[in-house]
Design a protein around this ligand. Structure first.
Ligand code: ADP
Ligand code: MG
Length: 161
């Protein structure tokens, strides 16, 4: 797993006027590496704690991140994750070039899994990953093409005071 951080600043014209800042944490997630699976979610938890964000938000983001990361490892030979911290929300973007999901509605059902016996013997494949990603985030969108890959976008909003 490779991890990097960068700050994206949108500028208006050539005046250098900052419109909005966002912090982007990037992760390259190795496929088929079950021993280090879950590392990115551990790292993002640390990153968000350092920013002093609310613990309930961090908990939800790291659960969603963990499930998405595991899915890319076990179903898609790895992928990339960007966690974007904005003023109003945290967005998680997962992208892989795996086999894609044939039937998203079916994949979203609790307990549905195509995991192999080998994957199940390692403790994965309960079919609760996607349902939990939906449950712990405020928005979730899956875009998948068979033979091309899958992107999952999730948002967790900060509570309004
Ligand atoms: N990134 C992905 N690429 C391809 N298929 C996926 C991906 N994520 C999920 N799936 C499919 O959706 C099913 C349900 O996912 P999930 O709810 O996380 O359960 P599990 O991972 O335990 O099988 C998986 O078994 C798999 O068929
Ligand atoms: Mg899963």
């Amino acid at each position: 797993m490779r991890n990097s951080l960068f700050q994206r600043t949108r500028r208006l014209g050539n005046e250098g006027l900052t419109l909005s800042d966002e912090l982007v944490f990037h992760f390259d997630i190795d496929g088929e590496d079950f021993t280090s699976a879950g590392q990115a979610s551990v790292q993002i938890k640390k990153n968000l704690r350092q920013l002093g964000l609310p613990s309930e938000i961090i908990r939800r983001v790291s659960i969603a991140m963990y499930e998405g990361e595991i899915n890319m490892v076990v179903h898609a030979r790895g992928g990339k994750a960007d966690v974007i911290v904005r003023e109003d929300c945290i967005e998680i973007r997962l992208a892989d070039s795996g086999p894609g999901i044939k039937n998203i509605e079916q994949a979203m059902q609790e307990g549905f899994s195509t995991a192999s016996d080998e994957v199940r013997s390692l403790g994965f494949g309960a079919g609760m990953g996607l349902p939990n990603m939906k449950r712990y985030t405020d928005e979730m969108h899956i875009d998948s093409t068979v033979g091309v890959g899958t992107t999952v976008t999730m948002k967790v909003y900060f509570p309004v005071e």
